[in-house]
Design a protein around this ligand. Structure first.
Ligand code: G3P
Ligand code: CA
Length: 355
């Protein structure tokens, strides 16, 4: 059904765009990556606390293609999924370990991380989506997320794994390979995609797992794509970060192209550029998925998976611009947009899962 809908949609495109769409579909097929790919950003993190079992079970049962996670390593060497470099935003670390509340994730043992409540913050931040069952949810290990991905009779999402703060955890790339190999995940083409903003980490991932598809995440700013304006947010006079990011452009086309070449040099099969959201907000960044950027990426043999888009107006915009996959906090919305509606809605699945 998915392929049928996509083929009909292709017939409505202008010829040049059609050629590009066919080209990128072939790129994705070569890597056994679905196209367009639905990538559940930190799980179904609009409806459940990010990176917890509730968010990943929901994303899996909705039918997302990949469960996205930010990989870090505990003090005693266990791989865990946490986005921020500290635990304050998404746990009760300030109550449990007040003297270490600003310490990095890597300063805590896995037992300490597991003792945190990684769910209640969501109920306070989003009372309209709060659920009793979210209280006390734990930080997950990579193995537990693999268990979730393998735990449904029909739905078998892949994992889209980002090495986060890799400089805090030297050797995390080799550790990741060891866990994926131990669980048989390296034998399944397209089942794992590896991602990083850190070119060095991506290169290490490529050395350890040359056969696994990799994506270089793109960002405008110091140490990344050089912006046209050297102004900082504070100097810009913009009202919020989203408005500031929305104005950011690469210094010139050659600078953007340079980063595509860096991606290829590091062994990537694609890039993960940021998007500007129509409604703004804390996950609205520079628009790095302009049609010329995607065309250039495809011409270089690179797929484009954009982060992080949640609304129909933005799904339409980035798809029209030519992306091959979308990181989203709202997998259900994206699946509906792509004519792959889930059989049950978000609330029904969460309730059925006991949350
Ligand atoms: O990994 C894609 C996207 O998640 C990158 O941004 O900060 O949400 O990890 P972030
Ligand atoms: Ca991420």
């Amino acid at each position: 059904m998915q392929g049928f809908c996509k083929r009909w949609a292709l017939l409505l495109l202008p010829l040049a765009t059609l050629a590009e769409a066919v080209q990128s579909s072939e790129l994705a097929a070569r890597q056994s990556i679905p196209s367009p790919a639905v990538i559940a950003h930190r799980g179904a993190s609009f409806d459940a606390p990010e990176s917890t079992a509730a968010a990943y079970l929901l994303a899996r049962d909705l039918g997302a293609d990949y469960l996205e996670l930010d990989l870090q390593r505990s003090k005693d060497g266990v791989l865990v999924a946490v986005h921020d470099d500290t635990l304050q935003r998404t746990s009760d670390v300030a109550q449990r370990f007040p003297e270490r509340k600003d310490s990095p994730v890597s300063a805590f043992t896995v037992a300490e991380l597991k003792s945190l409540d990684a769910g209640s913050w969501f109920n306070q931040a989003h009372p309209e989506r709060a659920r009793e069952g979210f209280k006390g949810l734990q930080i997950l290990t990579l193995d537990e997320i693999m268990d979730i991905a393998e735990g449904h009779p029909d739905k078998r999402p892949g994992l889209y794994i980002e090495t986060k703060e890799p400089t805090f955890s030297p050797g995390i790339e080799a550790d990741l390979k060891a866990r994926l190999r131990a669980r048989g995940w390296l034998d399944k083409p397209g089942r794992v995609v590896l991602q990083s903003f850190d070119r060095n980490s991506l290169t290490l991932l490529h050395q350890h797992m040359p056969q696994v598809p990799k994506v270089l995440l793109l960002w405008i700013g110091k140490g990344y794509i050089e912006p046209a304006s050297g102004q900082s947010f504070a100097e810009s006079g913009e009202r919020d970060k989203a408005a500031f990011y929305a104005r950011q452009q690469p210094k010139d086309n050659a600078e953007f192209e340079r980063w595509l070449d860096y991606a290829k040099d590091a062994g990537a099969i694609g890039t993960g550029p940021s998007a500007t959201r129509t409604a703004g907000g804390s996950q609205s960044y520079a628009d790095l998925v302009q049609p010329w950027m995607n065309k250039l990426s495809h011409d270089k043999g690179l797929l484009v998976h954009v982060y992080t888009v949640d609304e129909t107006v933005d799904f339409a915009k980035v798809m029209a611009a030519g992306v091959d996959g979308i990181f989203t906090n709202r997998s259900a919305q994206l699946l509906r947009y792509l004519s792959r509606p889930p059989a049950l809605n978000e609330a029904q699945i969460l309730t059925a899962s006991g949350y």
